[in-house]
Design a protein around this ligand. Structure first.
Ligand SMILES: *Cc1c(COP(=O)(O)O)cnc(C)c1O
Length: 451
């Protein structure tokens, strides 16, 4: 007999330990099925998936082509190890990634989660300096950014910097050079790019001999609150890292796969990083699948006689899993078949129109957007940008409102995130943005806007 909704709710609270969740006050939302851009919960409620199931979904849920790709692969084999062994689907995916990524990013190391792809990248860069043609073994540290997010393993929280999440783990973390968020608004839009590049160059000047790599989320820092970088910054980072002989690791786990309007965010500033990390949308959000893709320069440093022991001693059990590879290949194919990127401009423009309206609200501070990523910041005071006390959870309250009105979104504090699957329709964008506007109205009603 199938369990009742009540039983599932009870068991979810009791047996499942949810990510980033205070289980003592957790209220379950339990999804039973999905269709396109909508999730359907155990009560049969239909909810627009306003955050792409946390950056993952690209072409919609239960896309017939993606479903078929998994089914076809199931008829062959579900799992093959990649330790000294291969499978034809992962090979095709690696070749495809080499073709679609910029420059000579030609060598894919497959993992399952974004964090594990970043861990590999961090280690690849480190060992590279021990065995490249001109070794620099003193390069043992990294440059990262305040409030950057690269995952939750010890290595990734060391290079990332969301202090609020990680304060307790400080003693476990390795030290890195942490730069302020390259926010397009700081100190102002006209000088932000030069300003932040100068900060980077000062750090590189002083420390480059000790720095193995810089790790960056290109164009948009996601978990930091969808902070948009000034135009030209990413290109500048690439030029400076080259100048100071520091590797560049681009974390495109969130912004990759079309999210910013191009297949990869780096392409918007014609940047080729030394290592490109993908995850989340790589499998269309279907299965755990991630990759750290390295240039031939890095790959070559790891080649040698067996006795030289130059190989990377690192692996993940499910890396290159054929089911994940099959759906990743199909996801990339769909970009061609459905002309996904070509369909985006009107959707991006529609979001822009809504943001312009939302920005007029007395309790909306900044609104920001890069392609299909957008955010709306709730503030107490529009002029000073002062926030409400975080314990009042205005962002969360708007999300609760949205849930009652058929839209599922998640906040980053008081920042509301607009990030639907790329296959979203214009009508669904309207629905999503209108519910957010109504939610902000409802939650801030009667509050003094000029305090
Ligand atoms: C989500 C995310 C990660 C971590 O990916 P997981 O699959 O959750 O481990 C890393 N970097 C960025 C930019 C992300 O958004």
């Amino acid at each position: 007999m199938n369990p009742t909704a009540e039983q599932l709710t009870d068991w979810d609270k009791r047996y499942v330990w949810h990510a980033f969740t205070q289980m003592a006050c957790y209220e379950p939302l339990i999804i039973e099925s999905a269709e396109g851009c909508e999730l359907i919960d155990i009560e049969g409620r239909r909810l627009l998936d306003g955050v792409s199931s946390m950056w993952c979904n690209v072409h919609g849920h239960r896309h017939p082509k993606l479903d078929q790709a998994v089914k076809d692969q199931l008829d062959k084999v579900a799992h093959v190890t990649n330790l000294g062994c291969s499978n034809s689907t992962a090979i095709l995916l690696a070749k495809r990634l080499a073709e679609i990524t910029p420059g000579d990013l030609n060598h894919s190391f497959f993992c399952s989660d974004g964090a594990s792809a970043l861990e590999v990248a961090i280690k690849l860069a480190f060992q590279y300096w021990h065995q490249c043609d001109n070794p620099r073994p003193k390069k043992t540290t990294y440059i990262g950014f305040e409030d950057a997010y690269h995952g939750d393993t010890i290595g990734t929280i060391s290079v990332g910097g969301v202090d609020q999440f990680n304060a307790v783990f400080k003693p476990l973390m390795f030290p890195v050079h942490r730069l302020p968020i390259p926010d397009r608004r700081v100190p102002d839009e006209a000088s932000a790019c030069t300003y932040h590049l100068r900060i980077l160059e000062e750090s590189l000047e002083k420390h480059h001999e000790a720095i193995a790599a810089l790790v960056i989320e290109p164009l948009v820092l996601g978990a930091a609150g969808m902070i948009v970088q000034p135009p030209g910054y990413l290109r500048g980072v690439r030029e400076l890292t080259k100048k100071y002989n520091v590797l560049m690791i681009a974390d495109e786990v969130a912004v990759g796969l079309g999210r910013t309007g191009t297949m990869f965010a780096c392409q918007q500033e014609e940047v080729v990083p030394d290592i490109l990390c993908l995850g989340k949308g790589l499998s269309g959000g279907y299965l755990p699948m991630s990759a750290a893709i390295a240039t031939t320069e890095i790959w070559n440093a790891y080649l040698g006689e067996f006795s030289e022991a130059k190989q990377l001693c690192h692996g993940h059990t499910f890396g290159g899993n054929p089911l994940g590879s099959a759906v990743a290949l199909a996801t990339i194919d769909l970009f061609d078949e459905e002309k996904t990127l070509k369909q985006l401009p009107p959707k991006v423009a529609r979001i822009t129109e809504h943001l312009a309206k939302l920005k007029k609200h007395p309790h909306v501070g900044d609104v920001r957007q890069r392609g299909m990523i957008a955010a709306v910041e709730i503030v107490r005071d529009k002029v000073t940008g002062e926030h409400f006390p975080w314990t009042e959870r205005h962002g969360h309250q708007v999300c609760q409102f949205a849930l009652k009105h058929g839209v599922w979104i998640r906040p980053l504090g008081d920042v509301l995130v607009i990030m639907p699957p790329l296959s979203v329709s214009l009508e669904q964008i309207d629905q999503l943005c209108e519910v957010i506007g109504a939610g902000i109205d409802a939650v801030t009603k009667g509050k003094d806007a000029s305090r």
